[in-house]
Design a protein around this ligand. Sequence first.
Ligand code: FPP
Ligand code: MG
Length: 298
Amino acid sequence: MLQAVEECMLKWVTDLGSDEINKLFIKLPKGKRLRAKLVLKIAGETKEAVTLAAIIELIHAASLLHDDVIDEASTRRGVESVNASDGSKVAVMMGDILYSKAYTELVCFDERIARAVAQAVTVLSIGEYDDVKMGESFNEDENAYLEMIYKKTASLIEATAYCAAVLVNKDEEDYKLYGKNLGLSFQIIDDILDIVSDEKTLGKPALNDFKEGKTTLPYMYLYKALNDEDKKRLKAAHLQTLDADESAWIKLKMKELKSVERSYVLAQKLSDDAIKIMHKHDEKELMSILEEMMKREF
Ligand code: FPP
Ligand code: MG
């Protein structure tokens, strides 16, 4: 049924009537389609669920096109990003087209659904803003980080689960909380993978977050556990292109001081809380989405 979501998105884009936009869209790497899977698993494989899934995946794709411009990323999911291959102007415009087309389709839905998605996109955009602004200096505030990843990543996943539940009259508050926890743990795992994975597996440069200024959870835990001299050394590496020695030092210290492990514990706790909620509703597939997400390597 994920295939039906792909076909739906492609049809909408084709209907726009531009060969160039069509070609650019086809070239976009598809990714995990986590949000689409979530809709289909919660709301079942109906026409309405496929449409909602396609809307949310188009919005997500648009946000990544813009994010790569903002982050000046040259790769996305192992291939050249659109801003790298066709320039930032094309990437921004392409994002605008996908995003507004998704909104055009969204107006056909019940107001509760349309409002929840629209609100989540506002929150997501503020989250992106906060992420960029927080990256201008070395952030030590764990709560600020958690709030930012809630906005940047979890808000849309939360809205996805909520809307899918509304479609089929399931307990929307429980599904919303499940989505929120899934989104938070997903982003923490993403931030861990940036440190522990290699470029080939990730499809983007490894240890890139810190260079972009993002002091993610493992860096915050590391900083707090370091002695004063090493604290200075870590701060000096912030926003820099790390050489092999500095990268190795960060990884070694993270291992010694268990900062990755501690971050993983928080992701696991959030995931366990979400599993408990789904256990109540006997949603085995939604529980396995979490288990797989926690084990993922990219
Ligand atoms: C990836 O974060 C970015 C996001 C999850 C959200 C980006 C949101 C916007 C640009 C605003 C919304 C815009 C539209 C058009 C809907 P990341 O940089 O941490 O992850 P990455 O390593 O995958 O790039
Ligand atoms: Mg990015």
